[in-house]
Design a protein around this ligand. Structure first.
Ligand code: FDA
Length: 325
């Protein structure tokens, strides 16, 4: 469902009162506070899920704003540990200042990753738009060089550069490379990215194949059956699956909270039955849990950036059987 209908849904949604957008977002956003996120995770833990938590917000305009994210994530680490929740963190590098002042942004991210490392917690650098692709990859490489190996990033199947980027990280990090692979939410220019559904699915599947062949840890982040089914058969052909010890050579000691070389990831509120089915078969499944005061700005920006999200949300409400939380 793309094109005029998606754009219509988006143009209607952004004119709706804030309470209405809030009501719609309730399903996709855990709430305003850390306590809200903890409650959601406690509930979903009963479905054998583990988590990655995102404090909503992204590109900032002054370095002072980065302090909010640093402080909030620091409190979040403590809350996750004190509530004994199986969760890691997802952060947006631009929210830490990467696009304003590279060195200070890097230092902020490093301090947080070091704090998480003290608790054996992994940190995922979400991938934002193409302006920060290389900068984000460079942060991961530099942190590993400094001995902080509890960090990885996200590759976007839709970008032409992704297959080369997999080679790049394999050369730099070997089996310590730890990816989330997704289609990519940002509608990028046509000279750097695929734009058709089928091209994006095949490019994402090709990336999954390459990551597995490279021996990297692979977190498959998709709700789309052609991607999930492809991943399931690719895993099988690499001798990977539920209750099978991580077969990757030189993968090192398994990190706390990780699956046997792979896991599946889905967004809060999206395709719960499919996630529960994967979990029931023994696959490690992780739910991406966004929360925070900036939920309104975040929801509106996401809708404007990629109108297909608006259409999916509308479909989930009009045809609830297609997407149960
Ligand atoms: P697709 O969009 O085709 O969705 C398949 C089906 O899932 C839809 O038909 C619909 O039923 C359902 N669905 C999907 N999204 C829905 C929604 N919002 N509401 C209701 N139903 C929905 N992107 C990025 O650029 N950088 C990143 O760091 C991340 N991180 C990330 C983490 C995790 C855990 C996930 C699952 C996704 C991301 N993404 C991301 C987003 C990703 O790139 C992509 O845009 C979305 O996952 C949608 O792609 P699908 O593969 O799910 O397929």
């Amino acid at each position: 469902m793309t094109g005029w209908f998606s754009r219509l849904v988006v143009s209607m949604t952004i004119r709706m009162p804030k309470w209405f957008v809030g009501w719609v977002s309730r399903r996709y956003v855990a709430g305003n506070t850390i306590e809200d996120a903890i409650k959601v995770m406690q509930r979903l833990s009963k479905e054998d899920a583990c988590f990655t938590v995102d404090v909503l917000g992204e590109e900032i305009s002054t370095m002072a704003e980065a302090q909010y994210f640093y402080d909030e994530y620091s409190r979040l680490i403590e809350a996750i540990i004190s509530n004994n929740i199986d969760s890691d963190l997802s952060i947006k590098p631009t929210a830490f200042g990467l696009l304003i002042d590279r060195d200070k942004g890097y230092q902020n991210i490093k301090n947080l990753v070091a704090m998480a490392n003290d608790h054996g917690m992994f940190v995922r650098l979400d991938m934002e738009d193409h302006r920060v692709t290389q900068a984000t990859i460079d942060v991961v490489v530099d942190l590993h060089k400094e001995g902080l190996t509890n960090v990885g990033t996200v590759y976007q199947g839709r970008l032409f550069r992704t297959l080369d980027d997999i080679d790049y990280l394999e050369n730099k990090l070997g089996p310590a490379a730890d990816y989330r692979i997704c289609k990519g939410i940002y509608l990028e220019p046509e000279d750097i990215a695929h734009s058709g559904y089928h091209e994006i699915v095949s490019a994402t599947n090709a990336s999954i194949d390459k990551m597995l062949a490279a021996g990297a840890y692979c977190a498959i982040a998709s709700h789309d059956k052609p991607v999930i089914n492809h991943a399931l058969s690719a895993l099988e052909s690499h001798g990977m699956g539920p209750n099978i010890e991580d077969p990757r050579k030189n993968a090192g000691k398994p990190r706390k909270g990780k699956g046997p070389g792979y896991e599946f990831q889905m967004l809060l509120g999206v395709r719960g039955p499919l996630r529960r089915k994967l979990a029931a078969k023994g696959h490690k499944t992780r739910v991406y849990v966004p929360y925070g005061e900036k939920w309104y700005e975040y929801s509106i920006r996401r809708l404007q950036e990629n109108p297909t999200v608006g259409a999916q949300v509308a479909k989930a409400f009009l045809m609830p059987w297609t997407n149960r939380p």
